[in-house]
Write a protein that binds this ligand. Structure first.
Ligand SMILES: Cc1cc2nc3c(=O)[nH]c(=O)nc-3n(C[C@H](O)[C@H](O)[C@H](O)COP(=O)(O)OP(=O)(O)OC[C@H]3O[C@@H](n4cnc5c(N)ncnc54)[C@H](O)[C@@H]3O)c2cc1C
Length: 340
């Protein structure tokens, strides 16, 4: 699928033309992503390269790094994953303890990442690692580009509630990368890592609304099929979901292109809560059938998968509690919570 998109010049459409994109305006990008979602086209396997790493390299990478990596992202020839979270560093990313040190002109990396989406398919990982011995918190971190296909990298898939394994544990055991594959300053990785996160909720969030609309339509269809459409509680849930979706859409449209800051947190909070409730509504709408799987190999249907996967929506990309902290501190001006 994605090589076909690449062949037609339909990957990285928002990137400047000089880096292989189409240089589309924000409005044009929204149209592209909406049409993509309307066509029921599949999720993109290299969205971490296209939406996170690529823009970071365009903003903060060296000419050599851009020339080396961007064309392969545009062509979907190299896939990327994001090596931020660790068992002891999730919401509190500054607690990263994976270490890297320069030995004979190469970075040698040791430590563990977790919840690394698509690591089993990825060719490269952008890794936040501690490169200054004895440093603490957001000081002394560096942003390294690490090849996945090497003896020092082990990927262990995590089996999820859905029975699938989109994410993984990644172990670095004397893994290596070249000395010049650090983005930004050595020791200045925190700023680079934050720049990457700033790209996380770009224009594709608007296209998400279309996908959500489709999911809601599937829930309504299930309610009709099972007869639960006559249940006042289910009807009320559907009405609430319709209104909620419209609120999300209007909020995203109103804030797109402007300063994201806390707006991104409001958007994330709105849609994550909405989708988790939709998962619950889906189970009510499907009625008793929601509790069964039809026949071997007993795969979950679309609504069962929606219900189970939507539990993750309020966690990744910053949990609900973290979004509320951001809104409380930056929008409402409430006192900052105590930092470790
Ligand atoms: C589907 C999915 C995909 C992911 N993909 C990736 C990936 O590709 N790469 C990657 O690096 N990571 C990835 N993650 C990890 C994700 O970024 C973390 O799960 C997330 O940041 C939360 O961290 P944690 O799991 O360590 O939970 P913790 O930070 O331990 O949080 C546990 C609970 O405590 C709450 N909490 C924590 N701190 C505070 C606070 N200060 N105030 C109030 N409450 C607080 C949280 O909200 C949560 O409810 C993914 C996660 C999911 C679910």
């Amino acid at each position: 699928m994605e090589p076909a998109l690449a062949a037609g010049g339909w990957t990285c459409v928002g990137w400047p033309v000089e880096f292989g994109g189409r240089g589309l305006s924000l409005a044009q990008q929204v149209i592209f992503h909406e049409e993509y979602a309307k066509a029921n086209a599949p999720g993109r396997v290299n969205h971490l390269g296209e939406e996170l790493l690529g823009p970071t390299l365009i903003e903060l990478g060296t000419d050599e790094q851009r020339a080396r990596f961007l064309p392969k992202i545009v062509a979907v020839e190299e896939l990327w994953c994001q090596g931020y979270s660790e068992p002891g560093a999730g919401s509190d990313l500054a607690a990263v303890s994976t270490r890297a040190r320069l030995v004979d002109g190469r970075w040698v990396i040791n430590g563990q990442k977790i919840w690394t989406s698509l690591a089993q398919q990825a060719d490269w990982c952008f890794v936040v690692a501690r490169t200054e011995e004895g440093s603490a918190r957001h000081h002394g971190l560096s942003y390294l580009l690490v090849p996945m296909d090497q003896p020092g990298v082990e990927v262990r898939p995590i089996i999820q509630l859905t029975g699938t394994s989109e994410f993984n544990e990644v172990f670095f055991d004397d893994a290596e990368t070249a000395a010049d594959l650090v983005v930004g300053e050595v020791g200045g990785g925190w700023a680079v890592a934050m720049a990457t996160l700033g790209y996380e909720r770009g224009v594709s969030t608007l296209a998400q609304q279309i996908a959500f609309r489709r999911e809601l339509d599937a829930v309504i269809a299930a309610a009709r099929a099972s007869g639960t459409i006559d249940d006042p509680v289910v009807r009320d849930g559907i009405a609430e979901a319709q209104v909620g979706l419209e609120v999300i859409r209007l909020h995203a449209l109103r804030t797109l292109g402007g300063e994201q800051g806390y707006n991104a947190s409001v958007t994330k909070l709105l849609w994550a809560q909405w989708r988790r409730s939709l998962g619950e509504l889906a189970m009510a709408a499907a009625g008793p059938l929601a509790l069964t799987v039809s026949e071997a190999p007993y795969e979950l249907d679309e609504l069962q998968t929606l219900f189970l996967f939507s539990r993750a929506d309020t966690i990744y990309g910053g949990s609900d509690e973290i979004q509320r902290n951001v809104i409380a501190e930056r929008l409402l001006g409430l006192p900052r919570e105590a930092r470790p």
